[in-house]
Design a protein around this ligand. Structure first.
Ligand code: ZN
Length: 738
């Protein structure tokens, strides 16, 4: 969902590309003001009813008149009992009165409390039993959150709509109101006075006139759906149809708008059709390809991603591209807890930005800068929702929307577009997640599998951690086109002491510029990069990929090395570091020492370089050094002049050699039953096995550098084996089960 302002809407009707950045700022300011006005909904927003049944299907029959705030309903639930039960409980708010609950023509005993109807069976029902019951109820619904059940007017005509996110479905119909159980399908029948039209989820089946000048409108949806994504709206809608070509499928796009806004909706619909093709190619097939996509106009100041049937106040580009992205992120895969709302809102915001950057590339940098300024306007706050009872916190625009989106931007920057979008497509096709619920750990797993990298620190810093880094880059020209760089960092919140990120640095002078990337893993880390010219300025993160603020640079006096290094590279062979460097010119050099460090900051002498050639002759030097397992090593040259003064050369880093050499081999491959894993690090190893679609199969702890895995009970196919050593090093191997 997305809240926007009326001021924004008025401007948006005459929107031109030039207005885009200003508009985004307005959305935020007014959204923030509005959120402060919402009331805290309290702990009772979360159902505490026992989950002893699995919902299969809802048939909802609702009678309403948009002129009167009232609902008369019959909801039929099909369910499977999961634990032998004498009763089940549905969520329903007390202002509504349950007239009866019927099963096989018999009225069941019920106890209705302020939030619940407990339905008692005549005898114990065995686990595995599929059955159904119907709840007859009526009354004036309460309203929570963003206005779960609203009666209003537009241009003098009554309108009624629902908006149940996050906890409001139970305000107006009896349901299982938790984010852990989707119905497999639904039918919705809306009875209303015949001058009105009723919209809901899925495909329109029929409109049947009945006595009393009323129509019964039947909508049918045959995909799994969460209760907060079910909807209805009734007024004197004008309707029109479009289609969009998605691969081989011609998908219907259906619009229900107020007659007074028909022209603007007709003019604006092409944008959502364009976005549909963009997303469909990038993320994967539109999730409800057998049915349709739709827009339904309502009076709440924003949009709500009801499944296949987005409710919007107006056809604004930024809003409709956000809500459309929710069909993949929110509807097809739903956040499994409101703590993980960024899996809905961060993604919808990200893809709407992606659409905007594609369409209006000239505004990319100004929009990103605006976003980052807004996210870092306060020093704290995590993407992870620390209080799910507070609807303002769940839908915090700065944290759940903007920061969530820019955490995705940073993953895209770190991993590159190919890996980033592969991970997203894998997440969107994971059979354990699709049309179901996901947690942040599921998303993390997909980014790790696609990249082969351990992203635990990244998620600790950016998902649960708060705040952002501020960089001070100390730098100097080092002669021969080299720059020497020191990356200093402070953080805005004590929950994170250091943010580990690759940082782009753009060095320039009046006529030249070049951008280098330093992979900054520790505070105070030093780098030497060859840029090929003498720079006078450096810009930090010039394309604004990172969430940072208050960055500064300090230019130090030039450092001219008395040698010209052609190269300086440290590599490892087992636990021996080999430093190889080529000197093309050396003058007045008395001696050279190799220094090492295990933190990149404090260096000590590793040894002396012998047989220095003090001429213009090119010479290659080799130096070896034993490394202790489990530590990263940094090496640099100390160059001592004839007069006793000295300078340092560039730093080269060697990653930890682990707790012993890692050379993992799994045999046989393909395997029938027992596979042997050898070559793991010494000490504790964790083996995690994933299926072809990255679903978690099994985790095994091993206190050895070899073990066996029994694939006997696994289905045929491809599996990914992840081996994590005690020091965190991760190795991936593919294995085929015959
Ligand atoms: Zn949203």
């Amino acid at each position: 969902m997305r809240y926007i302002s009326i001021i924004f809407l008025c401007l948006a009707f005459k929107a031109t590309a030039q207005l885009v950045p200003d508009h985004i700022q307005q959305i935020r300011e007014i959204a923030l003001a509005e959120q402060r006005g919402h009331t805290r909904i309290g702990l009772d927003g979360i159902s505490t009813n026992p989950s002893n049944f699995d919902v299969k299907y809802y048939r909802c029959e609702w009678e309403v008149d948009p002129a009167v705030r009232y609902i008369n309903g019959k909801v039929t639930v099909y369910y499977v009992i999961t634990d032998a039960a004498t009763d089940i409980s549905l969520d329903l708010m007390a202002p509504l009165i349950v007239d009866s609950v019927m099963q096989h023509g018999v009225a069941l005993n019920i106890n209705q409390t302020s939030t619940t109807i407990q339905i008692n069976f005549p005898s114990t029902v065995a686990a595995g039993t599929l059955d159904s019951l119907s709840v007859y109820y009526q009354g004036v619904p309460t309203t929570t959150g963003f206005g779960s059940f609203i009666q209003d007017n537009h241009a003098g005509t009554p309108v009624m709509w629902s908006l149940s996110e996050p906890y409001g479905a139970r305000d107006w119909w009896p349901c299982k109101n938790w984010n852990d159980d989707k119905a497999d399908s639904i039918d919705v029948y809306v009875t209303a006075p015949s001058q009105y039209t009723a919209a809901s989820n899925g495909l329109l089946q029929s409109i049947t006139p009945i006595s009393g000048a009323r129509n019964v409108t039947h909508w049918k949806h045959r995909y799994p759906i969460a209760t907060y994504l079910m909807c209805f709206a009734v007024t004197n809608y004008a309707t029109f149809n479009n289609t969009v070509q998605l691969g081989a499928v011609t998908l219907p796009m259906q619009t229900f708008c107020y007659p007074e806004d028909l022209v603007s909706f007709q003019n604006g619909t092409q944008n959502v059709l364009d976005a549909m093709q963009l997303y469909n190619g990038l993320i994967g097939d539109y999730p409800f390809m057998n049915e349709k996509y739709g827009h339904v106009q309502f009076g709440w100041g924003g949009g709500m991603e009801h499944q296949t049937s987005t409710f919007i106040v107006s056809i604004v580009e930024y809003l409709i591209t956000h809500e459309l992205a929710h069909q993949w992120f929110g509807d097809k895969i739903t956040c499994g807890s409101w703590q993980d709302i960024w899996l809905n809102e961060g993604f919808a915001t990200f893809f709407s930005s992606y659409y905007t950057e594609n369409k209006y590339p000239q505004f990319t940098l100004s929009i990103r800068k605006d976003d980052i300024d807004y996210i870092t306007a306060q020093p704290d706050g995590s993407v992870w929702v620390n209080d799910t009872t507070d609807v303002n916190r769940v839908f915090d625009n700065r944290l759940s929307y903007s920061k969530g989106s820019h955490v995705l931007y940073m993953l895209r920057w770190m991993l590159g577009d190919t890996v980033f979008f592969n991970a997203i497509r894998n997440y969107q096709s994971d059979p354990t997640l699709i049309y179901n619920f996901a947690r942040t750990s599921d998303l993390k797993r997909h980014f790790e599998l696609a990249s082969g990298r351990d992203l635990t620190s990244f998620f600790n810093e950016w998902y649960t951690g708060q705040g952002y880094p501020s960089y001070n880059v100390e730098w100097a020209n080092g002669g021969y086109g080299n720059v020497s760089i020191k990356m200093n960092q402070t953080t805005s919140h004590p929950s994170v002491s250091f943010f580990e990120l690759p940082v782009a640095l753009k060095f320039k002078n009046a006529t030249q510029d070049t951008t280098v990337i330093v992979d900054n893993t520790v505070n105070g880390e030093a780098f030497i990069k060859n840029i090929g010219f003498v720079a006078d300025t450096v810009l930090i993160d010039p394309d604004i990929w990172l969430i940072t603020r208050n960055n500064t640079t300090t230019k130090l006096p030039d450092i001219i090395l008395p040698i010209k290094l052609k190269s300086f590279d440290a590599t490892k062979n087992g636990c021996t570091a080999n430093i190889n460097f080529v000197v093309s010119t050396a003058t007045n050099v008395a001696s050279m020492e190799m220094e090492y460090s295990t933190d990149g900051i404090a260096f000590a002498k590793a040894g002396t370089i012998k047989n220095i050639v003090n001429t213009g002759t090119e010479k290659t030097y080799n130096f070896s050094y034993p490394m202790q397992p489990g530590k990263n090593y940094f090496f640099r040259l100390k160059i001592i002049n004839d007069d006793g003064s000295y300078t340092y050369g560039p730093v080269s880093k060697v990653n930890s050699c682990g707790t012993g050499t890692i050379n993992i081999v799994i045999t046989p491959n393909p395997v029938n039953n027992i596979a042997t894993v050898t070559g793991m690090a010494k000490g504790k190893n964790t083996i995690t096995i994933y299926g072809a679609n990255a679903q978690l199969i099994q985790t095994i702890g091993v206190n050895n550098n070899s073990t066996t895995i029994n694939f006997d009970k696994y289905a045929s196919g491809i599996y990914m084996v992840q081996v994590q050593a005690e020091d965190g090093q991760v190795t991936y191997k593919k294995i085929v089960k015959k």
